[in-house]
Design a protein. Structure first.
Length: 71
């Protein structure tokens, strides 16, 4: 598992597709050559600054993620 490095923008795109129901976690994992647990961890990363009780503040979440630098 784990091919080349995946950019944050690509991770966000994948998480959006999964969250919107257009792709399953399994499909996303296969496409990204990652384990399903990796997709779940991306979703956690992307939603930590949002409200997880239903009224998800998706726009704010995606803006906040851009402030972090992954190495």
């Amino acid at each position: 598992m784990g091919g080349s490095e995946i950019s944050n923008s690509e991770k966000k795109r994948v998480v959006k597709l999964v969250d919107s129901g257009r792709m399953t976690v399994s499909e996303a994992a296969y496409l990204c050559d990652r384990a399903p647990s990796t997709i779940y961890s991306w979703r956690r990363q992307m939603s930590t600054s949002g409200d997880s009780r239903g009224n998800r503040t998706t726009n704010i979440t995606y803006v906040n993620i851009n402030n972090y630098h992954y190495h």
